[in-house]
Design a protein. Structure first.
Length: 261
């Protein structure tokens, strides 16, 4: 196990976690994002995710790619939240709503990095302190995002946060996978499995409606692995709303252990 460090543009740094089998996971402190995931195959090394070479390129093209999104991923209707008699106003950066926490979210922040290597795992812990009032959100929140690569070829992503007052916190990672190694190729044949019995339908402006709907009997049922192309081909109005795809929250069932393949 080892971690290699190199510049990722002018200000950012990238950290490449390499296990004993040659799997290499590259992450950067700009946006606490994944930049690259390379695996050795009999035909040579293959890149599995989309990414750019520098922080500046992300800034020019798309800061969401591979990034940690927060404090809140997705959309907040009306760009406000009422709690305990107080109305909090956020940035309206998509129509009248807040998308991914505003114009400058976690994806454009520089995080503190702490690389760590053991005999069986390499990891980087990224830490960011989101101050009270940042983007309109209440409370100071200290966030840790840990990328870990183990010698059993498992990649783990862990989120931890501590706040000094009640607030909203619902982050995600905005990675884009293409397991073919060629971003020009379709991902329709990729197999997807989601441990979720229910999902949240969306309405106007891609906002959730408040309904929690069973996946049973729908094209949203990924409890058993199936090609993601089934959603692209579906005539379900929910897929039509987002351009023949998926942009919906799923309500995950409790994790009971084991690894994905």
């Amino acid at each position: 196990m080892e971690i290699l460090t190199q510049p990722c543009g002018v200000q950012a740094t990238s950290y490449t976690l390499i296990n004993d089998h040659g799997v290499a996971l590259s992450v950067t402190d700009f946006g606490a994002r994944i930049v690259s995931l390379r695996v050795p195959l009999a035909t040579g090394e293959r890149e599995l995710v989309l990414g750019f070479d520098s922080a500046e390129e992300y800034q020019q093209k798309d800061t969401f790619i591979g990034a940690t999104i927060g404090r809140v991923a997705g959309r907040i209707a009306g760009a406000h939240w009422a709690h305990d008699g107080v109305d909090y106003q956020f940035e309206a950066n998509e129509n009248d709503n807040t998308l991914h926490s505003g114009v400058i979210g976690f994806d454009q922040r520089y995080w503190q990095a702490a690389p760590q290597v053991t005999a069986t795992e390499a990891r980087v812990v990224f830490t960011y302190v989101s101050e009270d009032g940042e983007n309109g959100f209440p409370g100071q929140v200290t966030v840790n995002v840990t990328y870990a690569l183990a010698n059993d070829n498992v990649w783990r992503l862990t989120y931890e946060a501590v706040t000094d007052t009640p607030t909203l916190f619902n982050p995600t990672n905005h990675v884009y996978f293409n397991l073919t190694g060629d971003p020009s190729q379709s991902v329709a044949a990729h197999q997807l499995k989601i441990a979720a019995d229910t999902f949240a339908p969306i309405g106007d402006k891609n906002l959730t409606t408040g309904e929690i709907r069973s996946v049973a009997g729908t094209s949203f049922d990924f409890r058993a692995a199936k090609p993601v192309g089934t959603t692209i081909e579906s005539t379900d109005d929910q897929h039509q709303r987002v351009g023949h795809g998926l942009d919906h929250p799923f309500f995950a069932t409790r994790y009971t252990g084991g690894t994905a393949s």
